[in-house]
Design a binder for this molecule. Sequence first.
Ligand SMILES: *Cc1c(COP(=O)(O)O)cnc(C)c1O
Ligand SMILES: [Zn+2]
Length: 368
Amino acid sequence: MKEQYRCHSCGTTYNVTDFVWKCTCGGVLDLVKEKVTIDVTKLQEKMPTMWRYVDVMPFEKDSNVWKEVTMGEGNTPLIGLDNSEPHTLVKVDYMMPTLSFKDRGAAVLIAKAKELGVKSVIADSSGNAGTAIAAYAKRANIACDIFLGKGTSPKKIAQVKAHGANVREIDGTREDVAAAAQKAVKEEKKFYASHVYNPYFYEGTKTYAYEIWEQMKGAPDSLIIPVGNGTLLLGAYYGFKELMENQLINKMPKLVAIQAENCAPLAQAFVNNEIEANQIEGNPTLAEGIAIASPARSAQILEAIRATEGEILTVNEEEILKARTLLAGKGFYVEPTTATNYAGYLKYKRLPSEKIIIPLCGAGIKAN
Ligand SMILES: *Cc1c(COP(=O)(O)O)cnc(C)c1O
Ligand SMILES: [Zn+2]
């Protein structure tokens, strides 16, 4: 079966070669594909990067296009937070080529774009996704325009520019930036390499789950996951679901989503038992990477959290800053958005023997 896009709201299907990024009804698209079968014996001979899971990614059979794109991303360390808490592990995803977990999704999305013959892409971002898309697009010899908000960290803007992308700075909210990019996609007839809308991005972020499974020889009890647009949360959820379907694990980890109190539409929807989030009027937060007032995949994110009997916690600015300092004191220098995860962990009421994984998503030097 060739994979297809299917609207999450109304079920309409589209060919992936049609380059649509959302349904005519406005719904977001999921990828429908053949059931994944994981050949564990074959994994042993594969290289220690996220591409050891290429057989469970939807590329053409025997496609080698990823080899033109990879920078050796993935297989990041999974290690103890500190010696006093043996059950809490951190996954050091800032040890990626562009210093954030977005490389997982960007590498797969750009490799797929290359396979589809795409010559030019547009994306919008609060910083790290744009950087990752810019880097991989350049490497794949694909032209790239990145839409960023004027308030984005100067270091992130510089990083995107360094990768040769054409940066288009937009004065407005994160939603205005996305709208400007979507308008340009339409008018300029370009491929929308959106980490939010393009389902192939999640085929990359799902390797977060596969790596954890191999590194721990199983699944943890709980995953702390930062959530703005949900690209790591949904990727992890899809990955562990595939492992379940292959009987390689016997329970899904609980998803504990973390949002910044100043911008927490998903936390609001979760406590109000809503199916999707309502757009909120967010306040500025140090956690710029998760300051998303209107997450497009809110229904899927809430479904995933509920399906794993998970929860959503919020943390305030003071807690974020404190957590950043505490993490640096353990050797991990992260950006404020990532400190949010640790701040959430500190608030989470865990059981004494609960195995928990905290992702360290973005490097400290990316932010001020
Ligand atoms: C993108 C990003 C997040 C949030 O990911 P979403 O897909 O928006 O949920 C968290 N931390 C860092 C460092 C990021 O770059
Ligand atoms: Zn639809």
